[in-house]
Design a protein around this ligand. Structure first.
Ligand SMILES: Nc1ncnc2c1ncn2[C@@H]1O[C@H](COP(=O)(O)OP(=O)(O)OP(=O)(O)O)[C@@H](O)[C@H]1O
Ligand SMILES: CC(=O)N[C@H]1[C@@H]2OC[C@@H](O2)[C@@H](O)[C@@H]1O[C@H](C)C(=O)O
Length: 372
């Protein structure tokens, strides 16, 4: 049994999930929870991103970062304790924790990606072995270091087989898609993946700036606005969208300066349509069109975004819940699965998911140094 812990680019909190898996098949999903960050923690994480943005290397001695990493790690330990105690579980029942940490900055073009989170400290505090630093080995093998959830998506779909070809879209702070096709070989599906563009991050930043709320709840703000087509076209003119995959983004690669001057509602509407159009445009990179789209991540709860996306897509678009999956816990589940794969030396990424030069194992193991 493995626990996965994810602190995503939205910085809304820690997702924790239990998964029964051998790293190949997903036997069963255990309970999950979300431990939301306070506004103060969120703002310290934001500061951490700003400090890291000016850094040339992973320099944990940069102002405030060591303290932030300790605080973040201890909050993750609390999330583990909460998950275990609510479900009457003992740490000795858990084989491993997959600890993603918080991405401070992601610079694939410079060959580095930086997630903070002290694996040794988390292992010590929980008494459970920890795997962290999932992305470095992939980058060392020439990959983008992301996205890493595709092999988990494929494992879940292998239990499902509702369609021959499927697109799973994660609408987080950044959006990423996994295209999986069983058409050629039902036993070994073809997989490709990439970041499609910014997800909710710009809309979150815009909403926070103008309303003080962390996100556009249910897409209410966007639904009242009008989209400015010239601003949208300007945003879509970024060369990122024509680039061939594999390709990934940093949370702050796009920013809200582009919609400055629009009313709050029109800005929100334009940013929502930007997300929609980036997803529409992502289809041109698929080897063949999917039979259906399934959406996970917090953006699936934005009804305006989902409605507009459905209008623009030639096939069905549904939240992953219709498959019986948990759209809010999927990334945490994925890092539980990947931690088990890491223990077994199995690849976490493929040339077609990250651009690595061969299927690449990864992750760094930390012993708890306590008798279990
Ligand atoms: N009820 C809702 N209405 C609209 N948007 C929502 C709602 N609930 C969550 N969201 C959006 O989902 C975001 C959180 O999504 P999620 O937790 O999947 O992102 P993440 O995991 O942090 O990001 P990433 O996948 O990029 O690492 C929020 O910041 C918000 O934009
Ligand atoms: C560097 C980094 O943290 N990337 C995240 C981010 O959030 C979504 C998208 O960009 C994806 O590429 C990745 O996360 C998921 C968990 C992944 O690796 O699959």
């Amino acid at each position: 049994m493995a626990v996965g812990l994810m602190s995503g680019t939205s910085m809304d909190g820690i997702d924790a999930a239990l998964v029964y898996t051998d790293g190949v098949r997903v036997e069963r999903l255990g309970p999950s929870l979300i431990k939301p960050y306070s506004n103060a923690v969120r703002s310290r994480l934001r500061d951490g991103l700003s400090v890291a943005a000016t850094s040339q290397t992973k320099d944990i001695s940069a102002p405030g970062l060591a303290m932030l990493e300790r605080e973040l790690t201890d909050l993750h330990a609390e999330a583990v304790f909460d998950l275990l105690s609510v479900n009457n579980l003992h740490p000795t029942q858990i084989d491993v924790i997959g600890f993603h940490g918080q991405t401070l900055t992601h610079r694939p073009e410079r060959g580095w990606t930086w997630q903070i989170g002290d694996g040794g400290r988390l292992a010590g505090r929980t008494g459970i072995p920890v795997v962290n630093d999932f992305r470095t080995a992939d980058m060392d093998a020439g990959g983008q270091g992301a996205p890493l959830v595709p092999l988990y998506h494929a494992a879940l779909l292998s239990r499902e087989r509702r369609h021959q070809t499927v697109a799973i879209l994660n609408l987080g702070g950044v959006a990423n898609v996994t295209w999986v096709s069983f058409a050629e070989n039902p036993e070994a599906p073809a997989i490709m993946a990439f970041d499609t563009g910014p997800g909710n991050a710009m809309l979150d930043d815009w909403t926070m700036l103008h309303t003080g709320k962390p996100f556009d709840e249910d897409g209410a703000l966007s639904s009242r606005g009008l989209t400015h087509d010239e601003v949208l076209s300007g945003l879509m003119a970024s060369p990122f969208f024509d680039e061939m995959p594999p390709k990934t983004l940093d949370r702050d690669d796009f920013n809200i300066q582009t919609v400055r001057g629009l009313s709050v509602e029109d800005g929100a509407s334009t940013l929502t349509d930007f997300v929609v159009e980036t997803i529409v445009s992502s289809q041109s990179h698929f080897p063949s069109p999917p039979d259906a789209w399934y959406i996970c991540g917090g953006g699936r709860l934005n009804t305006t975004l989902m409605r507009r996306l459905r209008r623009r897509m030639p096939v069905t678009v549904d939240p992953v819940e219709v498959l019986g999956w948990r759209g809010g816990a999927l990334e945490a589940e994925a890092f539980a699965f990947l931690a088990v794969r890491s223990l077994r030396g199995l690849p976490l990424s493929l040339p077609s998911t990250t651009g690595c030069n061969a299927p690449t194992p990864g992750g760094v193991y930390h012993e708890p140094h306590t008798i279990r």
